[in-house]
Design a protein around this ligand. Structure first.
Ligand code: 2NL
Length: 357
């Protein structure tokens, strides 16, 4: 019996895995296992022999069983240790940066402007970026000899020789959208028209595509006083200055009479622009009372209705509000500039995973 004990305890100690251990268990304790066979021999023993052999065999059976259980959990622990060593993970490492986009300043300002005018009862209108020369020029009282209509300033769509449709242009302002609103809705009317416009101009302060928002209010009793109030309310809210002061300077546009350019009081201390204080003036928009010819083109009777209109550059007022001095930030969508002015994704370049925007 001692031999059996030695044999199985040694085999259990050397077992390399679950499978071997199970084979040993069957060979020792299984129905036809060696210990079971020894048990069976008890029947042929004398009662005295059985009295010592019985408990000894039971003890052996229990010892081998315990040894197998102990070895099994030892092997499981060792396997877990192996895995922990091989598969360790440093949870203190910083996570990989997630690329995230942000709203472009031009989009943000467009939303701010439309929300403020919506509060004053203006609805938003949109229209095509390719327009006929009638909607872009004639309807706006811009004479056929006007320099703005020349190819120097305006992008004309290429056309075939035999094409007898009217000339098409990339719209040079969003005014055609308002002509369409007048024709579709009539008066009274309050609309603003934000969107992309195009002019053949490219230098430090001009890009061939830029963004404009125009506003139009028509009714039977609209005056320049209404225009002044609306623009002051807008500037106070948009630029977040309580002491906003506007200056109306006589000007000329073919589509308004009278016309005024509007400046906002400002200071340039230490190169930093401050609005609402100081002795300087900064031009922010153009405006006026809608010319009777424009009302007629929009199907509105100028004897009954009159109204004001204004137009401003979104890129320009975005730059003023957010202190962005350089058009490159917008036009190239240059991420270095956008990030510098707080608009690009905050993700930074990392060593792992390459550069991120
Ligand atoms: C500027 C000047 C302006 C308008 C736009 C307008 C539109 C209609 C009728 C009359 Cl439908 N006027 N728009 C009026 C005055 C000025 O824009 O300097 N924009 C950047």
């Amino acid at each position: 019996m001692d031999d059996l004990r030695q044999k199985y305890l040694a085999a259990i100690a050397e077992a390399k895995g679950e499978g071997q251990l199970e084979e040993i268990r069957v060979a020792a304790l299984g129905k036809k296992g060696e210990i079971a066979l020894e048990m069976r021999k008890l029947g042929q023993m004398s009662p005295e022999e059985r009295q010592t052999a019985g408990p000894a065999l039971n003890a052996l059976k229990a010892e081998v069983n315990d040894a197998i259980l102990a070895r099994r959990s030892g092997l499981a622990d060792a396997a877990l240790d192996e895995r922990l060593k091989a598969e360790w993970l440093d949870v203190t490492l910083p996570s990989r940066p997630v690329r995230s986009g942000t709203v472009h300043p031009v989009s943000q300002v467009t939303e701010e402007v439309t929300a403020l005018f919506a509060d004053m009862g203006f609805s938003v209108a949109e229209g095509p970026q390719v327009e006929t020369d009638w909607y872009n020029f004639d309807a706006l009282n811009i004479a056929s000899h006007h320099p703005a209509r020349a190819e120097m300033d305006t992008f004309y769509m290429a056309r075939a020789e035999e094409d007898d449709r009217p000339p098409h242009v990339l719209r040079t302002h969003t005014s055609p959208v308002q002509i369409r609103s007048m024709l579709a809705q009539g008066a009274p009317l309050r609309v603003i028209a934000p969107g992309r416009v195009y002019r053949a101009d490219f230098d430090q302060t001009h890009t061939p595509m830029f963004h404009q928002v125009e506003g139009l209010a028509l009714d039977t009793d609209i005056s320049m006083a209404n225009l002044k109030w609306v623009l002051e309310e807008f500037c106070r809210a948009f630029f977040e200055v309580d002491d906003v002061e506007l200056r109306f300077r006589a000007s000329h546009f073919p589509f308004t009479e009278p016309s005024a350019e509007v400046d906002i009081r400002c200071s340039w201390e230490g190169g930093a622009l401050k609005l609402g204080e100081g002795d300087d003036w900064l031009e922010i928009l153009g405006s006026g009372m809608v010319h009777p010819n424009v009302l007629k083109a929009g199907g509105i009777d100028p004897e009954v209705y009159q109204g004001f209109a204004f137009g401003m550059g979104i890129d320009r007022i975005a730059m003023l509000k957010y202190g962005i001095p350089d058009l490159r930030a917008f036009f190239e969508s240059d991420l270095r500039w956008l990030r510098h002015y707080g608009f690009a994704s905050t993700a930074v370049p990392t060593m792992r995973g390459g550069l991120t925007a």
